[in-house]
Write a protein that binds this ligand. Sequence first.
Ligand code: UDP
Length: 408
Amino acid sequence: MSLRRVAAFSVHTSPLAQPGRGDSGGMNVYVRSLVAGLARAGVQCDVFTRRDDPDIAEIVELEPGVRVVHIDAGPPSSIEKELLPPLLETFGDAVCAWIERHNGHYDVLHAHYWMSGVVAHRLKHEFGLPLVTTFHTLDFVKHAAGIDEELHGRAAAERSIIACADLMIASTRDEERDLIVGYDADPARIEIVPPGVDHSIFHSRHRDESKRRLGYVGHDVVLFAGRIQPLKGGELALRSFGELTRTNAKLLMVGDPSGPIGPEELERLRNLTVELGIERQVEFVGSVPHSELADYYRAADVCVVPSHSESFGLVALEASSCGTPVVAASVGGLRSIVDDGRTGFLVEGRSPTDFAACIDKILSDPAFGASLGAQGASRSQQFSWNSTAVRLRRAYGDLAAREPVQCR
Ligand code: UDP
């Protein structure tokens, strides 16, 4: 098959949205970077997303070969992800009508996240096209991590998408195992393709320059970056920081509240800083545009990633790419990014004392921190969006030789 066009689906959040805010995070970065990489590799991509702004054009050309198509379904404003499942049918109808109106021809449908999977699964049958999915997170994994914030019907929807997907993309072996153990996925239809990092943005430079630019000269800087929601473990970041005895240390919390309990979580974290007596050392910075985040990584002596679960963990990879040692929870994709003892530390369990000991080990020995950072930057070279896109293009192409999977 000569692969020319892919219809990608990112129903609940647009690749144009700023990550670190609302429902926008790693998936937005992933979709945007992947389609850009595919376009560079000769595959044109249309990304279908729900219109959440009445003034935005129906079609926005992101770059040559990549268009974002805004589909009307529900109010043309940002709404909580939790309100979207009843709109998926309308969204699917509108995409079908759009494709017919524009004589759209696609070779592959690629769905990101389960809600897009619901839509693309239906289109697979309507148009007779192969269905590729990347889930980004799975209901099964969130439950296993004790996070029960998800929507009614999600697990069943994931199960039926998995049973009919022609190809599932997992970022890591752990995610592959979750698909098999949690959903009985067919291993022959899973391909492991790690995400990348944009080295033109995330590369190392002199740490003091970034500290000076951001106003942290003379401080040990610990960075947490991510959407503020319980899954990301902001509480553990604060409690670990609270155990440090370094009075010149600062903890920067970058990111905005996300999801229905995001605002409450931010309030809880702010109160916790007072309870721990660290309110003067902790700064809630809010979300920072993706391209500006590099300066925060570079200014940081340590980046802490204490998530309960993480299918990959772009923040850890971006920090490493900037030459910053990472102290991360030993869960999910973080285990494939951090090389324990060489680029940072992987901490088993959720003890603030254990996290603090690793952070302190780095802060109290700058030469050691610098060597972890340098090894992290060098290891991050193995991840790039171009190679992710090239592997995906090959995987899409291989689908032509396979019998389409039928719904069980
Ligand atoms: N991010 C950002 N600005 C912020 C906070 C986060 O651009 O203020 C980006 C960050 O660079 C990363 C993504 O959001 O690319 C978060 O991805 P990750 O995989 O770490 O977490 P997810 O959001 O997928 O749970």
